[in-house]
Design a protein around this ligand. Structure first.
Ligand SMILES: [Fe+2]
Length: 547
């Protein structure tokens, strides 16, 4: 644990490996006054005239800022929300600043009660290995919330202009709600690219990472649906491809905060969250910037985790652990030594045994199904996750990685004798699908990159599967071996539109042992206006587990 700076009455700043040090203060503080005024303004805003003696002797007040924002305290940057392990009672507000801020905290309360509670933020930092810049992140974990209740909150710090939002906690028990999902977003802004050689001290600007304007439009689209929460299926902003990772991450949150400050955005780490030199396996930026439910590990917190909303158990995985493809800054396949698989099986067994859980939804990045001539499906994921998804009847798997939209028929097991472990379709249904018979996979990689693959679909009914990797080639990556397969599992592909996201409306049903449904709607984010247009809708159905 490295203590890198402490300010008066402020948070201890600690690196990722530090022990959690969150403290709760001032519960039910009376007369909340969140938006403290700068000194000059406060002095003229007093409702009751001060006594003459006091007027000439300024008194210290907790409402006065010790360092007015105008003097340079960095603003709250990229405010966003994530669920705790219990989304009905726990929500974390996170943000970052470019320089340290003291006394970072959140005030929060209900709409009718005001900002009556205050909690100190946990402060985590990391040093970006490329730029040697330290990044300061703050995580205020709001606890003991009431289910299905709306809250307002504000992020504060000494001398910092407050920033805030609102959110609604998850319901308890079987309830109707909607969530959304996409992956592979990028950031629709520009960054500086340094020159080389004699031009090393000059910079040119270029679109950041793999961005398109859709990476911005899609956030407005999510806000039209207004889901209870959003799943972000990896390859968030491609910071590992940009010349300024820190700027890219900051711009990613700046782009998404208009939605992510109002509802939890729950991310999976993809191969482009793997950043050379940032932590032992490259995910330190992701792990530091997101506060996510614990998985009980020491080194891999945030990379896999689970939470329950209503009767839906969501399990988020980190697929570079089992994928064969070499697609990050470093090749880390097998990094958990099987620990993630053990955790996953425990999660799946518990979820499927529960009478409170109907649906098991997996969110991950790299795919088990694809008919795009891009990355292709990955045999490592098929080998490691496929049998568990079958055994515990996972209903829905949401991915990214391929920059297009595709979904599978309900699949269970593999085609006998197939070298690629081809998923075996159990039904030809495409509009009303019983997921107790087979798992539906959805590729939702149209989040906004400038390199969509909807034009790269094979048109002869085949897909390709990465079955092995060899020595490092001229690209600097391990050379892949691909094997073609008959894509008998493919149900629908969007060949026309590059961008979009899916919304999932959960109907818990009406009686024990009856049916529950999820109505899935896929929206295109259109060019050039950015408007969302419904492409297709279909229904998943399964029996409730409380029969
Ligand atoms: Fe990817």
């Amino acid at each position: 644990m490295d203590s890198v700076g402490v300010t008066e009455n402020a948070n201890a700043f600690s690196r990722r490996t530090a022990l959690r040090a969150m403290t709760v203060t001032g519960a039910l503080v009376a007369a909340p006054a969140v938006f403290a005024l700068p000194e000059a303004q406060a002095a003229t805003s007093t409702a009751t005239p001060a006594a003459p003696a006091a007027a000439s002797t300024p008194q210290a007040s907790p409402l006065l800022l010790r360092q007015p924002e105008k003097l340079g305290a960095p603003p709250v940057d990229g405010l966003h929300l994530t669920f705790g392990a219990d989304p009905a009672r726990q929500m974390t507000a996170s943000w970052s600043t470019v320089t340290p801020v003291g006394n970072a905290r959140v005030r929060f309360g209900t709409l009718d009660g005001g900002y009556g509670r205050e909690i100190q933020a946990e402060v985590l930092t990391y040093i970006d290995a490329m730029s040697s810049r330290e990044v300061y992140t703050y995580h205020a974990r709001m606890q003991d919330l009431n289910p299905d209740t709306s809250y307002i909150y504000a992020a504060l710090g000494d001398g910092v202009l407050p920033d805030g939002g609102s959110f609604t906690t998850a319901p308890v028990g079987r309830s109707a709600f909607t969530f959304t999902s996409f992956g592979d977003q990028a950031v629709p802004t520009t960054t500086w690219t340094p020159g080389t050689g004699s031009a090393a001290n000059t910079f040119t600007s270029s679109l950041n990472g793999l961005a398109s304007p859709a990476a911005g439009d899609i956030v407005a689209g999510i806000e039209q649906v207004r889901p209870l929460f959003h799943l972000l299926n990896g390859d968030l902003c491609y910071a590992n491809l940009t010349p300024d990772r820190v700027r890219t991450w900051n711009q990613f949150f700046a782009n998404n905060t208009r939605s992510a400050r109002q509802r939890a955005w729950m991310p999976a780490a993809g191969n482009h969250e793997n950043e050379l030199g940032n932590g032992p396996i490259g995910y330190e930026a992701f792990q530091t910037r997101f506060a996510l439910p614990t998985n009980g590990s020491v080194d891999w917190e945030g990379l896999w985790y689970a939470f329950t909303v209503g009767s839906v158990r969501v399990i988020v995985l980190q697929n570079d652990d089992v994928a064969l493809q070499d697609a990050g800054n470093t090749y880390v396949s097998g990094y958990s030594g099987g620990a993630q698989r053990v955790w996953l099986e425990g999660q799946l067994a518990a979820a499927r045994a529960s009478r409170d859980v109907d649906w098991i939804v997996v969110c991950m990045h790299q795919v088990i199904i694809s008919t795009a001539n891009a990355n292709g499906a990955d045999l490592g994921i098929r080998q490691n996750w496929g049998p568990l998804f079958d055994q515990y009847e996972v209903d829905l798997v949401l991915c990214g990685h391929e920059h297009d939209y595709e979904r599978s028929l309900a699949v269970r097991g593999t085609v006998s004798g197939s070298e690629t472990l081809t998923p075996n379709p159990v039904s030809t249904a495409t509009t009303a699908i019983d997921t107790s018979k087979g798992t539906v996979h959805m590729v939702l990689g149209g989040g906004g990159t400038d390199s969509p693959t909807n034009g790269e679909f094979f048109t002869d009914g085949t897909g390709k599967v990465l079955t092995a990797v060899g020595a490092v080639g001229s690209s600097g990556k391990k050379t892949p071996t691909y094997v073609s397969e008959e894509a008998i599992w493919s149900a629908f592909r969007d060949l026309t539109n590059p961008y979009g996201f899916a919304a999932f409306a959960v109907d818990p049903g009406h009686k024990p042992g009856g049916q529950t449904t999820i109505t899935v709607t896929y929206y295109n984010v259109t060019q050039p206006t950015g408007e969302i247009v419904q492409l297709e809708s279909f229904t998943l159905v399964r029996p409730r587990s409380d029969g």
